[in-house]
Design a protein around this ligand. Structure first.
Ligand code: PEP
Ligand code: MN
Length: 279
């Protein structure tokens, strides 16, 4: 571990110097940040009741344990599908009722926090909002679990300081997510920063999750990056899955079809065993 520096004082509550033991988070019997690798999976966006229910039943039939799905979608173009809003949250809650799977979904602004918190188990802060400080303070004022994604143009230290805002506001249930950063490379959507996994595990006690889907942006390569992230020490993965990716309303190119997801789960289990971490 690095020695205490004035730099780590900027993220003191998140730092391993201030808490040596891993933060372990629990929701509906699912433990995140413990020995077990956690797989969170689901569509980029909730599209309909039928879509999310069918997918939730499929996810439930695998060893994945958290259902993801966006109802409020940050889209680069205002003309792209921006999510079903509260209707989408209701559909997610219904899918949870049916399967028992806890749900993770994005909250985009401070005024949305009470609404999204009322339906979800884990509040996702997206890459584009990593330094939305009023939003960090607003989720920090709740006792909801937060999945904080690294901004595509942000350093590891900036991610830790963003987490610090949430911790400093009184919410200790925070996990971090590496989802790819912007580099000069254009063959892939972003560049997955594999370095971030061991570095974060060293610098902070907070659970570290990898999102290979948004990092690479192409379903063909998602599993390779997911496997690498687990081998590198991630506590879990967040993966986009769709029953029919070519029909997805967002991020279809990077969404795994059910068969590909099953193959990934088989590989994840093998790698987890190889590093003494059950699935
Ligand atoms: C998402 O999870 O669908 C998403 C928009 O992620 P990110 O914020 O990492 O782009
Ligand atoms: Mn997406």
């Amino acid at each position: 571990m690095n020695s205490v520096s004035s730099s780590s004082l900027d993220y003191r509550r998140a730092s391993r110097h201030f808490q040596r033991e891993n933060t372990v988070i629990e929701t509906r019997g699912i433990v995140i940040g413990g020995d077990k690798i956690v797989v969170m999976a689901g569509p980029c966006s909730v599209e309909s009741s039928c879509q999310i229910n069918e997918l939730a039943l499929f996810i439930k039939s695998t060893k994945a344990s958290v259902l993801r799905g966006g109802a409020f979608k940050p889209r680069s173009s205002p003309y792209s599908f921006r999510g079903l809003g509260e209707e989408g949250l209701k559909m997610l809650a219904q899918a949870r009722e049916m399967t028992g799977l806890p749900i993770v979904t994005e909250v985009m602004s401070p005024d949305q926090v009470p609404l999204v918190a009322a339906y979800s188990d884990i509040l996702q802060i997206g890459a584009r909002n990593m330094q939305n400080f009023p939003l960090l303070c607003a989720v920090g004022a709740t006792q909801k679990i937060v999945l904080l994604k690294r901004g595509m143009g942000n350093t590891i230290k900036e991610l830790l300081m963003a987490a610090e805002y949430i911790l400093d506001a009184g919410n200790t249930q925070v996990m971090l997510c590496e989802r790819g950063i912007r580099t000069f490379e254009t063959m892939t959507r972003h560049t997955f920063d594999i370095n971030a996994i061991p570095v974060l595990k060293d610098l902070t006690h907070l659970p570290v999750i990898a999102d290979p889907s948004h990092a690479i942006g192409n379903a063909q390569y998602v599993s390779s990056i997911a496997r690498a992230a687990i081998a590198a020490g991630a506590d879990g993965i967040l993966v986009e899955v769709h029953m029919n990716p070519s029909m997805a309303l967002s991020d279809g190119d990077q969404s795994l079809a059910p068969e590909a997801f099953c193959l990934l789960m088989r590989d994840v289990e093998k790698i987890a065993h190889a590093i003494d971490r059950p699935l």
